[in-house]
Structure formats: C-alpha cells, structure tokens
Ligand binder design. Structure first.
Ligand SMILES: NC(=O)c1ccc[n+]([C@@H]2O[C@H](COP(=O)([O-])OP(=O)(O)OC[C@H]3O[C@@H](n4cnc5c(N)ncnc54)[C@H](OP(=O)(O)O)[C@@H]3O)[C@@H](O)[C@H]2O)c1
Length: 332
C-alpha cells in the first residue's frame, strides 16, 4: 500500500488506516466480537493499513486491551495512535487535562497496549478547567521521556453550541495556535468525508501549510456513505447513530442521492468497486498529508477499505462528487 507521512516527526504509515472504535464502542455493540476484531486488525496489518487508531475511552479501555493482544506479537508492523483526555462515567463523558492525570493515563495505555512506546498520542478533547498549554506540556514531557513519539490533537467535536457565524473548526484552530507554541503538533484528527467536508475550508490547509498530518475520522459518514444502511431499519439504543440527526429515517432517505452519486462513480471503475471505496478515495485525494481512518470491526470491510488506496479518481469523478447535494440533517 502507498505510504504517507505524518507531521513534523516524519512518521510513515499506510495511506488507509484502521479506526478501531467500532470494535468496542459506539456502533451496534451486540455485534462486537473479539475474535473477529482480532482477525480484522491482523488483516489490516497484512495489507499495509498500519495506522491503528484507538483511545483509552473506547470501551472504555477494552479497545486498547484488544489491540495490545495484536501488538504483543507484531509491534513493528503497526503504527499505534491512541488518545487521552476524556473519562467515561455512568451517564456522561468528562474531560480531564490535568498534567498528573495525563501522565498516569499514558502509563496505563502503554500497559494495555503491551508496548513501551505510543507512535502518536492525541489529545482527545481539551479540559475547560485546565489551560491547554499545561496539558500539552505534560504530553510533550512524555515525548521527552521516550514513552510517546509524536503528539496529535483531535478537533473539538461538538457540532452544537457554536457562536452564530463561527466556523466549525474555529475553536480547534485557536487551540492549535496555542499548543504549537509549546511543542510541535504532528497530526490533527477531525471528521472529513464527502458529506462532512467542513475541514477543507481552513483546518486542512492550515495543517498542510505546516507539514502537519491529517487523520480523517468518520470518512465513511458513520457507515452511511457505504450504501449498506437501510433508512428506517433503526439502530441499537447505545449506537451513536440512534441520536444522530442525519440518521433519522427521514434524513437517511433524503440523503440517498449522495450514496447514489458515489455508486455511479464506483460503477465507472468496475463491478467490484464500492461506494465505500469511492468515499475513501475522495478523502485520499484531498492531500498527500491526509490519512483516512475508516472504522470497522469486520475483516471483510478492512479488505474493502484497504483496496481504496488503489483507486484513482478522475477529474470527472471528482467534479461529479463535488456536485452532489449537501447533506441534510445537522447538529446545529
Ligand atoms: N477524534 C474523535 O473525536 C473521533 C470521533 C469519531 C471517530 N474517530 C476515529 O475515526 C474512526 C472512524 O470513524 P467512525 O468509525 O466513527 O466512522 P466511519 O469510519 O465513517 O464509519 C464506521 C462504520 O462504517 C462501517 N463500515 C466500515 N467499512 C465499511 C464498508 N466497507 N462497507 C460497509 N460498512 C462499512 C462500520 O461497520 P461495522 O461497525 O459493522 O464494522 C462502522 O459501522 C474511528 O474508528 C475512530 O478511530 C475519532
């Protein structure tokens, strides 16, 4: 698989990564199977999808434990990217950016991942009670201690509650400017997909101009862009899509023209090519510093998604995708 470079620390990874979150968190939990997930991770590494994206809060903790079982055997094949800064409670998730906590959390992640170094350590969310420079400073000390190779920052996720007229990533950019003064940012992780292209406006160019890698989260639109979801079928109560405004039966039906467009492009490339692969190839085409991390728990999806690295979209394809209707259903 083509290799891409992440950020200041010049870390090379396969162009298509693997988002490990669905194996332990957020999607159809009744279908989570440890053995199947382990096969999926091994297959990803075999195919050159080396970047494994996880977080201590996925599970919580069980996703890192799962990856640890693979890393114990084949650490040198993988690029491990995990996250710190969010704690999961009974009914809520809270940020914790206190320096002492960050250092303890890193040691705990290292133990669960069965490794002595994390390739990319990302701040999941900043803590409103702690200046982000303090949290980032503690993370920088982890690099100096050799526990972490490079640092990344996740975009502020909440779509609601923005000041009117503010761009989706204004808050993230403000934080990035502050932490860059403390220690180099090697990667930024934010949502980027055919139906959520907002990062293209400012965030992606900001990264590109500074040689910072971009990890595209939710590149398959939480599964919608694959064309395998049926409007009205419903989701399990603990599936994030059960509360997502784009996943009501009405909005899923209204957004079908987007999937139909991806399907049309796929057909031009052959009967085996899928809308998921077109969605990922579009993300890959947004810049050489972009690495999509499609989430999957099944080996079948991992193989399909890795195949997107071979798909080259033409200017006609890109123009057609650019003309697709805007997604309906918003957090705002
Ligand atoms: N930093 C952050 O705040 C943040 C937020 C969200 C996500 N992320 C990261 O980004 C990664 C990707 O995001 P995501 O998992 O939320 O969304 P996604 O990649 O857009 O979509 C994941 C969903 O698509 C399905 N899928 C994957 N490949 C498929 C294929 N080829 N055909 C049909 N269905 C397919 C998966 O199904 P199965 O579940 O059945 O495998 C899963 O339900 C996560 O795993 C996580 O690492 C980070």
């Amino acid at each position: 698989m083509e290799r891409r470079t992440i950020g200041a620390a010049a870390l090379a990874v396969g162009a298509v990564g693997l988002g490990c979150m669905p194996m332990s968190w957020a999607y159809s939990t009744s279908r989570q199977r440890g053995d199947e997930s382990l096969r999926a991770v091994h297959r990803a590494l075999d195919l050159g999808s080396t970047l494994l994206d996880t977080a201590d809060m996925y599970g919580p903790f069980t996703n890192e434990l799962l990856l640890g079982r693979v890393l114990k055997e084949r650490r040198s094949d993988a690029f491990v990217s995990t996250k710190v800064g969010l704690l999961v409670g009974e009914q809520h998730i809270v940020a914790n950016g206190r320096p002492g906590y960050v250092k303890r959390a890193c040691d705990a992640s290292l133990r669960r991942l069965q490794t002595d170094v994390i390739d990319l350590y990302q701040l999941h969310r900043s803590d409103p009670e702690v200046p982000v420079e303090e949290t980032w400073g503690a993370m920088a000390e982890l690099v100096q201690a050799g526990k972490v190779r490079a640092l990344g920052m996740c975009a502020v996720g909440a779509r609601g509650g923005r000041r009117s007229g503010a761009g989706l990533h204004d808050g993230t950019l403000r934080q990035l400017r502050r932490i860059q003064q403390v220690f180099p940012v090697s990667a930024v992780q934010a949502e980027l997909s055919v139906w959520s292209p907002e990062a293209l406006d400012e965030l992606l160019p900001w990264c590109e101009a500074r040689g910072i890698g971009f990890l595209a989260a939710m590149p398959l639109g939480n599964g919608f862009l694959t064309g395998t979801l049926t409007p009205g079928e419903g989701f399990e109560p603990d599936d994030v899509r059960a509360r997502h405004p784009r996943f009501t039966a009405e909005m899923m039906a209204a957004n079908q023209p987007i999937v139909a467009g991806l399907r049309r492009v796929a057909r031009r490339h052959g009967p085996e090519v899928t809308p998921a692969q077109v969605a990922l190839a579009w993300v890959l085409s947004r810049g050489r510093h972009v690495v999509p991390v499609p989430g999957a728990k099944r080996e079948r999806w991992v193989v399909e998604n890795a195949g997107a690295a071979e798909l080259r979209l033409t200017s006609e394809d890109l123009a057609e995708i650019g003309m697709l209707p805007r997604a309906r259903g918003s957090w705002d």
